[in-house]
Design a protein around this ligand. Structure first.
Ligand SMILES: [Zn+2]
Length: 311
């Protein structure tokens, strides 16, 4: 239950916002046009201004707004989770990525062809990963120059045919997603490699790891795998255990033009697994740039570096 307004400023961006105390919990709900809707616990609310000295406010605005726009407005932020939220957010690194974000934002607001779509540089810059309104004005101009949008009167934009073609490409390439498909051996000895290695590294880089459980490959599971790979931004394939399914999934992703990061535990890569001397990585693949790992922590570290360097 919410009680009356206490303040009228967003604690992150300092713009006008609706701030309400959550009656039955020691927390506040904040509705801000820039940062979206979020909740903070009472102690954080009291000290948010000092926390903001140690992190970049615009990054926090973007991180929370992006989550809020995805319907994740019921997240309760604490001091630690604010820092973690920023670390786990992927910020666009090129203007091309921001233009893609703008097109996606517009298409989500109104998918009718030729529609005039409301979009404001004053409040929407955080939704596409930008610092402020002047950056958004520049990106709007670039998108207009590229022929992707028509930027008309104040706050109205229209997606052109070229813009819809670009959106098609974005969807096909999985550019609009944070999902990463993981192909691997589903054996209990791989549990910690998944939890502490693959999953940890992918999440630390701001992506959502996804795998399909190791059931027999009937047609349903196969369709599910294909759909997951098609929708993924990139694929991580771990060849420990030398599973046929992993070769298939990595090959399929490669054929679709997706980036595939190859990993393998050292003993399996070198064919030194006890009783499995003849089982090592197929020679067609073993010249590729594999991440060869010793233990889950080593895997997490190497995979984090590889994702940050290549994706
Ligand atoms: Zn705000």
């Amino acid at each position: 239950m919410m009680t009356s307004n206490l303040e009228h400023k967003c604690s992150i961006c300092c713009k006008p916002a609706k701030v309400e105390h959550l009656g039955r919990a020691d927390g506040y709900s904040i509705e801000c046009e820039v940062c979206g809707t979020y909740m903070v616990d009472g102690s954080l609310f009291a000290s948010l201004k000092s926390v903001m000295d140690s992190i970049e406010p615009w990054k926090l605005s973007c991180a929370i707004r992006m989550r809020s726009d995805k319907g994740r407005s019921n997240i309760y932020y604490s001091k630690d989770s604010l820092v973690e939220t920023i670390e786990q957010t992927r910020f666009p690194s090129t203007p091309v990525e921001v233009i893609d974000n703008l097109l996606l934002l517009l298409s989500k607001r109104n998918s009718s062809y030729g529609a005039k779509i409301l979009c404001s540089s004053r409040t929407d810059y955080s939704a596409i990963g930008l610092k402020d309104a002047s950056e958004m004005n520049a990106i709007t101009r670039f998108a207009h120059e590229q022929g992707f949008i028509i930027s008309g009167s104040a706050m109205q934009m229209e997606i052109t045919c070229a813009g819809w073609l670009r959106l098609d490409e974005i969807k096909r390439q999985g550019i609009d997603t944070n999902r990463v498909f993981v192909a691997m051996w589903f054996d209990t000895q791989m549990n910690s490699a998944w939890e502490k290695g693959l999953k940890t590294a992918i999440k630390n880089c701001g992506y959502d790891p996804e795998r399909v459980c190791d059931r027999p490959h009937n047609s349903d599971i196969c369709d599910e795998i294909i759909a997951c790979i098609k929708n993924a931004k990139f694929v991580v394939a771990d060849f420990t255990g030398n599973r046929g399914g992993v070769y298939y999934e990595a090959g399929f992703a490669h054929g679709l033009g997706k980036q595939v990061i190859l990993t393998c535990r050292k003993d399996w890569f070198e064919g030194k697994t006890e009783g499995k001397d003849d089982e090592k990585i197929h020679f067609d693949l073993n010249h590729h740039n594999f991440i060869i790992w010793d233990d889950p922590d080593d895997l997490a570290q190497q995979l984090t570096w590889r994702i940050k360097a290549t994706i």
